[in-house]
Design a protein around this ligand. Structure first.
Ligand code: ATP
Length: 198
């Protein structure tokens, strides 16, 4: 599913770094503080994570390389993820989907899907119900396993709904029901007015 991850100026990755994911299991090993978790943070950030706390920073621009004794800070962080979409698990007519997120020092940023400008919402919609996503279970952070084991039946159900791809339909159903009740109350109001005119 994951084909390649490219990091430029993201956290400790000042230089452009490319990670290729071959079929099977990929393990990232390295000493403490060498940037293993930063790789996971990059994927989470790219998938639309807006909570800087879960990315272990103070504010969003903290994901930009802030310099080291030997190197000055950078003005932009960019993360690109190339996904295998031959089985069309993402609703895009392309065998490979490249997602890019950028952030600049002034706080502005960009989202691109296969090189075309997109919005955060597009990224979220793309992953919604696909089983992936910033809030999905694709990334199991330290401590999450315990959290899942201690989850109540309702929380567990939500997880299965997302995994089975049901949650996107549930969200659409709630949206449709909300609109329906809006229309119903408009209708009642119109009928009341009509009666008062008769
Ligand atoms: P551990 O095994 O201890 O969890 P790790 O290999 O997962 O370590 P990370 O937590 O991914 O390591 O990386 C932490 C390193 O990233 C620290 O050295 C920190 O200084 C560096 N770092 C984090 N944010 C930035 C940034 N914006 N600019 C430069 N370096 C950064």
């Amino acid at each position: 599913m994951l084909l390649r991850l490219e990091l430029t100026g993201f956290k400790s990755f000042a230089d452009k770094t490319s990670l290729d994911f071959a079929p099977g299991i990929t393990a990232i090993v390295g000493p403490n503080g060498s940037g293993k978790s930063n790789v996971v943070d990059a994927i989470r950030w790219l998938m639309g994570e807006q909570s800087i706390r879960s990315l272990r920073g103070g504010e969003m621009v903290d994901v930009i390389f802030h310099g080291s004794p030997r190197r000055k800070s950078l003005g932009m962080a960019e993360v690109s993820l190339v996904l295998d979409n031959r089985r069309r698990w993402l609703a895009i007519e392309a065998d490979e989907v490249q997602l890019t997120r950028r952030i600049y020092r002034d706080g502005n940023g960009e989202y691109l899907i296969n090189g075309q400008p997109a919005r955060l919402k597009d990224f979220r919609d793309l992953f919604m119900g696909s089983g992936a996503g910033a809030k999905g279970y694709t990334i199991i952070a330290q401590g999450r396993v315990e959290e899942l084991l201690q989850a109540n039946p309702q929380q567990r159900r939500e997880l299965f709904d997302e995994a089975a791809g049901i949650s996107r339909f549930k969200i659409r159903k709630y949206e449709a029901l909300r609109k329906l009740s809006e229309v119903e109350s408009n209708l009642t109001r119109s009928q009341d007015r009509l009666h008062s005119l008769e």
